[in-house]
Design a binder for this molecule. Structure first.
Ligand SMILES: *Cc1c(COP(=O)(O)O)cnc(C)c1O
Length: 427
């Protein structure tokens, strides 16, 4: 595979941009080698600057559930842009997107649009603290909630990949308010809650963990979190930035039928343009300025072009059969990968919720960050590069999800499984 141009691009990029990338996981640090520079993308494929094309299972880390350059989304973006790209004043489309979100996501009664998932989570936590008049929050090891100061504690993929335990630049006084417990561990979580109940503003969780590989919740975990947070009047926040409109049109909360107080969204709701949102119970949301005293603002929030891309994406996702089809293809792929690993006698633990797939290079079971970290990351790196050479672009980290779009065809899935069968054999 020729990568001359990507390598040249990367050299130049590193002079101008720290590490040559604008987000750390894009660099191939954990799998070795240099990142590919992408020239264009269409449907389920991306093409790099050297002219290599790949079946893409990263999908910009989640947003591109309809595949790249969806014609309807492009049309909506162009139409919106022609009316001006930002007003700094309200427009109808913002209310339209808010209403689509409210109708789709069971626990959301009101919603505020922001510009990224990070911003959504940061704002939801501020709101929960204001609402409860408490300072502490509890998160789960290996869950990622964006890069806000108080959330960069045991924060999953990007950090796991780079091996930064707790990032410099975060004051101890901030991190001090963040408690962490193992994902899926009711006993450990309960202990922490009992000890800190009076100070706990919020418990935040990815209902399906997607930033330490993909780890589904146990049957008891989310219902128990709902029960215990209600008991101690702690705000329960679901970070559905990945799972929202991915595992179900109404997010993981619709799939598992557990309703949080607040929900964070991002990725898919912007159709590939920058966006985020947080919403939930009206009595809590009414505390946000200008309705209430909790300040949160944004020059580009509710940007008409991003909103148009999001609205069109959600319109297409709402069509009957979309999630059924995604489920079918994802199941075929997951089973194919699992069987290929087994045939090659490679320890491999396959997880999946809808079109989110995890493949851990370990015997398993993988239920939390500790068990995820038992994975053989060197072997994953070899698998990653083997697949790349066969035209399959996976996330350049063991601790990321493999994602499908509606444009991944049956033949692409077949091709991916057959590539995996060959690569597993030579590991
Ligand atoms: C991607 C992600 C975020 C951060 O969103 P950005 O738009 O990258 O700021 C937060 N939480 C989860 C669960 C995510 O997957």
């Amino acid at each position: 595979m020729k990568t001359t141009k990507s390598r040249a691009n990367f050299k130049i990029a590193q002079l101008a941009i720290p590490g040559g990338v604008n987000s750390p996981v894009r660099a191939f640090r954990s799998v070795g080698g240099d990142p590919l520079f992408i020239k264009k993308a269409k449907g389920a494929t991306v093409e790099d600057v050297d002219g290599n094309t790949f079946i893409d299972y990263v999908l910009s880390w989640g947003p591109m559930i309809l595949g790249h350059a969806n014609p309807g989304v492009l049309k909506a973006i162009i139409k919106a842009a022609q009316q001006g790209t930002s007003y700094g004043a309200p427009c109808q489309a913002e209310t339209d997107l808010a209403n689509v979100i409210i109708q789709a996501v069971p626990s959301i009664e009101q919603v505020r649009l922001v510009n990224s998932g990070t911003e959504a989570v940061m704002s939801a936590i501020r709101l929960a603290r204001a609402y409860t008049k408490r300072d502490k929050i509890l998160k789960f090891d290996g869950c990622y909630h964006g890069h806000a100061d108080h959330l960069l504690v045991k924060a999953g993929s990007g950090i796991a990949t780079l091996g930064i335990p707790d990032t410099p630049g975060v004051p101890k006084d901030f991190a001090r308010h963040t408690l962490t417990a193992p994902f899926n561990d009711i006993v450990a979580t309960e202990k922490l809650i009992h000890k800190h109940a009076k100070d706990l503003a919020a418990i935040i969780v990815e209902p399906v963990a997607g930033n330490m590989g993909v780890i589904p919740p146990t049957d008891e975990f989310l219902p128990w979190l709902r029960m215990i947070t209600q008991k101690y009047e702690i705000v329960l926040i679901f970070d559905e930035v990945i799972t929202g409109f991915r595992v179900h049109f109404g997010g993981a909360q619709a799939l598992y039928k557990v309703l949080p107080d607040l929900t964070c969204l991002g990725k898919i709701i912007g159709g590939g343009l920058p966006i985020g949102a947080y919403g939930g119970r009206k009595d809590i949301m009414q505390m946000i300025a200008p309705a209430g005293p909790v300040y949160q603002a944004g020059t580009l929030s509710g940007n008409p072009v991003a909103v148009a891309a999001g609205l069109e994406t959600l319109r297409q996702l709402k069509k009957p059969g979309v999630y059924k089809e995604l489920e079918k293809k994802s199941k075929t792929l997951a089973e194919g990968l699992g069987e290929s690993a087994k045939a090659a006698k490679i320890p491999y633990y396959q997880t999946r919720v809808g079109s989110m797939l995890g493949g851990f290079f370990t015997e398993g079971p993988v239920t939390d960050y500790t068990s995820a970290k038992k994975s053989n990351t060197v072997q994953y790196g070899k698998f990653f590069h083997g697949m790349l050479k066969k035209g399959v672009y996976l996330a350049p980290s063991q601790f990321e999800a493999m994602l499908l779009s509606t444009t991944h065809s049956d033949s692409m899935i077949k091709q991916t499984i057959s590539a995996a069968r060959n690569v597993f054999k030579i590991l």
